[in-house]
Design a protein around this ligand. Structure first.
Ligand code: THU
Length: 137
């Protein structure tokens, strides 16, 4: 995975963030196992709970275009520190991750980034495998 290309897509998506309430722009870009990139921004709402984070926008765009598995995601939020995905987005990423080694690229820009793994930021994840176990009982 070329991290810089994915970060660049997230940087571009961040420019489209709709953030009249927080003024906190976030951009994300996901890389799928079939080689495609989908990006997204956060989209806020006057009813705050209806806000959609950038990561989920990108994931939902990918899945609605037929992508099955995501291998990496780049996230650009605050440009002076690294913005980690919120809890809900970690859970949504786990649902479509190719595996728990999915790469989470936290970037300030194309040159300054760190790479985490989903298993390290969402240990003990509850996944569809847990539901399958229940069915086998
Ligand atoms: N936000 C994201 O887009 N992704 C995250 O993982 C953290 C939070 C957005 C939601 C809201 O529009 C703004 O950042 C402030 O919470």
């Amino acid at each position: 995975m070329n991290y810089e290309i994915l970060i660049k897509e997230a940087v571009e998506a961040r420019k489209k963030a709709y953030v009249p309430y927080s003024n906190f722009k976030v951009g994300a870009a996901v890389f799928t196992d079939d080689g495609r990139i989908f990006s997204g921004c956060n989209i806020e709402n006057a009813s705050f709970g209806a806000t959609n984070c950038a990561e989920r926008t990108a994931v939902f765009k990918a899945v609605s275009e037929g992508a099955k598995y995501i291998t990496a995601v780049a996230i650009v939020g605050d440009i002076s520190s690294f913005t980690y995905p919120c809890g809900i987005c970690r859970q949504v990423l786990a649902e479509f991750a190719s595996d728990m080694n999915m790469e989470i690229i936290l970037a300030k820009n194309e040159k300054e980034y760190i790479v985490e793994k989903l298993c390290n930021i969402l240990p003990g994840a509850f996944t569809k495998r847990d539901l399958d176990k229940e069915k086998m009982d």
